[in-house]
Design a protein around this ligand. Structure first.
Ligand SMILES: Nc1ncnc2c1ncn2[C@@H]1O[C@H](COP(=O)(O)OP(=O)(O)OP(=O)(O)O)[C@@H](O)[C@H]1O
Ligand SMILES: [Mg+2]
Length: 477
């Protein structure tokens, strides 16, 4: 194998047969590792306990005169769960090897083995460990700068969050839809964090970002030499995320040929790396996100219906920010706190005008736009509160049109239909909020029939069949 091994990766080699031990020492040194070797179980346990850093990987014989490789495995995992252990076994002890796999060994090879194969296996184990360690580092970093908390007090967001936490630990796929910037990736992270896979990796792939040919190996990995330029083997995203969660972002962009392959992965729970003869099992939870109208893509044949059904087992629809104005102050305040701390500025809130402008703006870019607006405002603000002057023109212009002024005819005239539907929208949302989402009650508050309420909600894109189903007690599972 010609993989590039970073300097100072130290392997612990545990083998009682002097000849074999020497052979392996030479092999691994040639691969570029530093090797600590132990002639038996007890020496290995000493080495594990006294090494200044935990070993990234250990290759150990299974049965040795003074103990078992399983003890080496246990001690190594006890010192650092990230240490990967590969067992070398005689055929007669195969059963033990299988139980070793269950207690956390990375893999095993049976004697007689091919030295290159063992070297490749060690390379893979180290690669996997590097990913796990890097992921832990990133995770710690991320939670320092911002938590994965998903904020929202509007009814619509509370419903989304309630469903998200209910399904967090299931293995089911989840399709997260919503306009750009509504928080799809953030919700996906929150699901992972609240699942029993939280200790495993969370990896995101943008399905629209790579050419079709590269995408397959990016997702499923490839064998060495599988195609021109494949100088070494690659694990691929799914296997890197083993034990964790994969977010297929912009899944609506996935080319049809890969849609077939993805469907197989979801059905078989295994992947076939490019150029490989065998499928490799993977244990990955798949979340998918898109801002496209997937149903329309299914109807027009751009998205496979069978894959759609497979992904859409649970559906989370993130409402646009303009339909949940009560979330704006909450998010805005959190963003102020964050950016103020980051920039070392003493900004704590808004002027009444500033807040009014913000809450009546429609935010086509949703939460991401709000976040950017606040970042800019905190940077600009010369006082402790953000005022109209710190907000972009597109937003500060709205301050002149608070709800009660809707019925005044401005100097320059207006578009009656727009104004009326805006008034209708606001009153419908206010009634729903006050009724806690009970639409019968909301209709009463507005003096209209339930049927009329439903019609109006649909017309404004605020109601959908899912809600209809829920209200008649037919909750999806
Ligand atoms: N409910 C929320 N609470 C806190 N932060 C949020 C919330 N929703 C979104 N954000 C923040 O807004 C930004 C955009 O969110 P995210 O990247 O998850 O959106 P998205 O739906 O994946 O967008 P796109 O479709 O453009 O990829 C992120 O910085 C995210 O942290
Ligand atoms: Mg996204």
């Amino acid at each position: 194998m010609t993989s590039i091994v970073p300097p100072k990766v130290t392997l612990l080699l545990v083998e009682d047969e002097p000849g074999l031990r020497q052979m392996l020492e030479i092999l691994f040194r040639r691969e570029g590792y530093a090797v600590v070797s132990a002639p038996g179980c007890r020496a290995a346990l000493d080495a594990i306990a006294s090494a200044p850093q935990p070993f990234p990987a250990i290759v150990t014989d299974l049965s040795m005169p003074d103990g078992s490789g399983l003890d080496v495995l246990a001690a190594a995992k006890n010192r650092s769960p990230a240490t990967e252990v590969i067992l070398v076994t005689a055929h007669s002890t195969m059963e033990n090897a299988l139980s070793a796999m269950r207690s956390g060994a990375y893999d095993f090879v049976a004697k007689p083995f091919d030295a290159q194969e063992l070297a490749a296996l060690v390379g893979k184990a180290i690669e996997k460990r590097a990913i796990v360690v890097e992921n832990q580092r990133l995770k710690a970093h991320l939670s320092r700068i911002s938590s994965t908390e998903v904020l929202g007090k509007s009814l619509a967001m509370r419903q989304v969050l309630e469903l998200a936490s209910r399904i967090a630990s299931a293995r089911t796929t989840v399709l997260i839809t919503g306009e750009s910037g509504t928080g799809k990736e953030r919700v996906a992270r929150a699901i992972h964090e609240r699942s029993d896979r939280a200790a495993g990796p969370f990896l995101v792939v943008n399905c629209g970002a790579l050419p079709e040919a590269l995408m397959e190996s990016e997702l499923f990995g490839h064998e060495k030499g599988a195609f021109t330029g494949a100088a070494s083997k690659s694990l691929g995203l799914f296997r890197q995320a083993d034990g964790g969660t994969v977010l297929l972002d912009e899944v609506g962009e996935l080319p049809l040929s890969l849609q077939v392959k993805l469907l197989r992965v979801l059905q078989e729970r295994s992947v076939r790396p490019v150029g490989a003869a065998q499928e490799v099992p993977v244990d990955v939870r798949v979340l998918a996100a898109t801002n496209r109208d997937v149903e329309a893509d299914v109807a027009s044949g751009k998205f496979r219906q069978d894959l759609y059904y497979r992904l859409n087992v649970i559906r989370l629809t993130l409402p646009p920010l303009r339909d949940r104005p009560e979330d704006v102050p909450l998010l805005a305040e959190r963003f102020i706190r964050r950016f103020a701390a980051e920039m070392g500025k003493d900004v704590v809130g808004f002027t009444p005008d500033g807040l009014r402008a913000l809450t009546s703006y429609r935010f086509p870019g949703n939460v991401r736009e709000l976040e950017n607006v606040i970042e800019r405002a905190v940077a600009l603000s010369a006082s402790r509160v953000i005022g109209l002057g710190d907000l972009p023109e597109s937003i500060s212009g709205h301050a002149a049109a608070p709800a009660q002024r809707l019925l005044e005819l401005p100097q320059e005239g207006l578009n009656l239909d727009d104004v009326l539907s805006e008034a209708e929208r606001r009153l419908l949302l206010a009634a729903l909020e006050r009724s806690g989402g009970v639409r019968k009650r909301a209709a009463e508050l507005l003096g209209i029939t339930f049927r009329s309420l439903r019609y109006r909600l649909k017309k404004l894109g605020l109601g959908d069949d899912e809600e209809d189903a829920q209200e008649s007690g037919d909750v999806e599972s």
